[in-house]
Design a protein around this ligand. Structure first.
Ligand code: ATP
Length: 231
């Protein structure tokens, strides 16, 4: 039996140093996210936003403090099961020299065309894809076409959404998407992630104004948290 992720996330005085550089990227960070919340993480470049996302994904072990997921210590969870329930969109989009379809379905065994269409719709990239001659069979990369930065980001978002994730983490993956398209994606997320937790690392005020909680990082520390009205 695989426990279903609820999406409660708690950081208690978490500090973390990158082992290779010795840079302490998070210092004494505490916050709590409840199931179903839409959380925005903001802060200047190098303030620790990606690090925070990476720690939720458990890419590294922390120096001190505690991270718990649904009340259980993150280091005790079955990592494969845990990660399989998270839709994580990294800052650096990674696409393969393969069809758009296979890029979206990456890592999944059985995917229907309807599920691929649906993920592409929700990521607001469907119309771009069906505009290509080969549609979802269009090859990317060396033997195919080159997508724009914003299209790449949206294919990467579709890849995360097709998993029907219980937790969604966007690491600054709307940077090359125009404001209107971004609004469309956020509206879609509002529906499909309604009772599930979403964490968006973002820059634009427009992205974060509807967040239940905004976490502001500066130099590895949380300097403010609250919603748009409170901050
Ligand atoms: P940006 O907005 O530019 O993406 P960020 O807020 O996401 O920045 P992080 O990427 O979390 O910031 O970086 C926090 C600190 O950790 C920085 O000083 C950075 O140089 C360092 N750092 C980030 N990733 C690594 C890594 N893989 N190895 C070593 N140090 C890292």
């Amino acid at each position: 039996t695989t426990p279903l992720l609820k999406g409660n996330i708690k950081f208690e005085q978490v500090s973390f140093t990158y082992p290779d550089t010795g840079i302490q990227a998070l210092k004494d960070v505490s916050f709590e996210i409840e199931q179903g919340q839409f959380v925005a993480v903001i802060g200047r470049t190098g303030s620790g936003k990606s690090t925070l996302a990476n720690l939720i994904m458990r890419m590294y072990d922390i120096d001190s403090g505690r991270i718990s997921i649904d009340g259980q210590s993150l280091c005790q969870l079955n990592l494969n099961n845990y990660r399989s329930q998270i839709g994580f969109v990294p800052q650096e989009v990674f696409l393969f020299s393969d069809t758009i379809k296979n890029n979206i379905a990456f890592g999944l065994d059985q995917v229907t065309d309807a599920e691929i269409d649906n993920a592409a719709q929700n990521a607001a990239v469907y119309h771009n894809i069906v505009g290509f001659e080969q549609k979802f069979e269009t090859m990317l990369g060396e033997r195919g076409i080159t997508l724009s930065g914003g299209q790449k980001q949206r294919v990467s978002i579709a890849r995360a959404l097709i998993k029907e994730p219980r937790l969604l983490i966007f690491d600054d993956c709307l940077s090359a998407v125009d404001t209107r398209t971004e609004e469309e994606i956020l509206r879609n997320l509002g529906k499909i992630m309604k009772d599930k937790t979403s964490i968006l690392i973002a820059h634009r005020i427009s992205t974060i104004k509807n967040a239940d909680k905004i976490i502001v990082l500066d130099d590895g520390k949380i300097i403010e948290q609250g919603n748009h009205e409170q901050l």
